[in-house]
Design a protein around this ligand. Sequence first.
Ligand SMILES: [Zn+2]
Length: 400
Amino acid sequence: MTKRLYYDQPYLTAFDSTVTAVRPLAGGCAVTLAESSFYPTSGGQPFDTGTLNGLRVCDVSVDDDGEVWHTIEGTLEPGMPAHGEIDWPRRFDHMQQHAGEHMIAGAVWRLYGGVTIGLHLGADFSTIDVTMPNGETHLTAEQIRAVEDEVNADIQRDVPIRCWFPDDAELSALPLRKPPTVKEHVRIVAIGDKEMVACGGTHPSSAGQIALVKIIDARPSKGKVRLAFVCGMRAVMDYREKYDACTQAAALLSARCAQLPESVSRLKDAIAELEHRLSEAYQAEALGQVQTLREHARLINGVRVIAARLPALAPDGLRRLASELTGDENAVALLAAEKEGGWNLVFSRGAAVVLDMGKLLREAAARCGGKGGGRSDFAQGSAPDLSALDTAIGIIQGEL
Ligand SMILES: [Zn+2]
């Protein structure tokens, strides 16, 4: 079984050992060492990267016998001396996220009785799933703030973090947050005098090194609450990104950052009001064109076909215009009004015209990737371009 140096020396970044076994792999090999500082993927914490004898270590895993396997790009021989070096920024980031997770899980347990099961330490943020005692699947903004305040207060007090292997007698007397999932070689991590739980991961020696903990999301997930969080430099980067975005948005709105929600809300109201007024103006303009549109109608076998492209009329304005035009019992109105990414279509006919508008619109729209349908005398839909109008005229010419 590989001796794991990181248990007692989480700050060890370089070590010397001996290769004990080699397994060939495509493009390299996997090796075990007598002792190793490399953390293998386990307990939600990803593996360390680094080098062995200068060869890149690109994966580290542990087998059922407790052997740590290092996947390297290159080859080593059993019995060879091995010099390992850990990528420290990646490892220290994992230590910060991992210890922050303990503190969040501990606070959620103490404050609300929530039981945390499982950590996923991701490349950008980490998550835990919490089972709440009352079956709740969310935490309020106030509850989340209370967790953050409690955790960050202990970080600022720089409470010590201690890891050790207690004997059975000591273990049975420890006030653990939850029972250990392993029976032998139980390793305990204690953070200050509040959080104590079994864990095989790597942690900094005091909470101050976590620097900052921020919960960035809380949402229901399969009957639990899923909390997403960032610690250390990730929290600093998250603050920087949000600060930059808020500052730029606030400058655009000539507001202070704290006024952004109110300013954006006002802006949305103003846009909605303008859109309403514009739509009314378009409608008045369109209705004022009824006579002109009639004069430009195309006569097809006694039926007056009026095809028109219009600005962004609201759907009820478009329907009203169609209804005005087909007050003439021998008229067909084929109307298209601009909308985002295409056109709204309304096809309508006067009472004496023998054509099915629902079928006509469905066919004409489908040929250019649009859709729609309706009754025999009135139909509506949408299309990505105006070719639907020409298609419709072609079909009418064939049918009349
Ligand atoms: Zn841990």
